[in-house]
Design a binder for this molecule. Sequence first.
Ligand code: TTP
Ligand code: MG
Length: 340
Amino acid sequence: MFLHIDIDAFFPSAEKARNKDLENKPVVVCMFTKNGKGGAVASASYEARAFGIKAGMPVSRAKALASQDTVFLQADVNYYSFLSREIMQEIAKFGKLEIISIDEAYMEINDFNEARELAVKIKSIIKEKFKISVTVGIGKTRILAKIASKISKPDGLKAIFSLMDVGNYEITVIPGIGKKTAEILNKYGIIKINDLINLGTMKIKEIFPNKYGDYLSLIISDNEASIKFRKKEKQKGKFITLDNETEDKNVIYKNALVLLEKILEEKKEELFSSISLVLVKSDMKNLVKTRKVKPTRNIDMLSNLMKEMINEAVIDKPIRRIGLFLSDFVKVNQKSLTDF
Ligand code: TTP
Ligand code: MG
């Protein structure tokens, strides 16, 4: 058996835990842009979710949906990371913890009754010590435990022994089935988990003849599947071919800056957490540099990083093409994403 422990509305809950005035209030934690006008929602408390406010939404949209008394706060990631470590340490006293993100972890337990008792204990201790509620899913596999917590949030506790137990839920409760995959499956008449189970592994592998098909097949057979991936990180990139090959770092910088401006212009609402520069040399070899940043769309910050990377680059051959890639901020402390 596995426990999947997931903190409820983590960032807003962390804010409520340190400020009694926020109790029972809709709280939206945001990553604001530098001028404080734009930005995206990192997480909304359950009271705020009732208005339709969700993670990833532009702050402007969230404000339009919010009630008068909704509190908007800038994310304090240092505090959340600190709190996350404290909470995880507390939970780790009960067994070997596999931490998979800032607010989620698994624990393997031999016996079901033991798992259930432990889940109750963990929930009450975290509530008592940190004034924060967590949901615990119990499952035969990690995926089943994760589904169990997902459908019983907030402050929930639920056990699932087989995917059939949740047959009447929509397929999107399965981790890894997002909007796009759901659309594909919907075309085959697959709406609920029962439909997916009835479809069978052969047909699933026909629709997805790749690792993803293998993944779904494992899930419908109640086998342990790797859940290293979650939301796919979205990348926005552009290339420019220079009129004349150059070794001049200023020229390279100016061209890269044009790419940066274009990407920011096309992705008006996004925050980015990594920037990669690709320099294609005259011998067609690539030189790639990447920098991670706190979620931002601040052009001064991003162009400075770009300048640093260009300055560091050893340009031993003239450059003919320049590429720039910005990756969306998806989740704080997210593990590496494997795609399929
Ligand atoms: P989640 O566990 O996905 O969400 P949550 O804890 O806010 O809400 P719940 O589990 O009750 O559904 O993410 C944990 C934290 O990670 C979240 O509080 C804020 C952060 N986060 C972002 O900053 N950006 C995002 O797009 C997402 C999904 C989460
Ligand atoms: Mg959570």
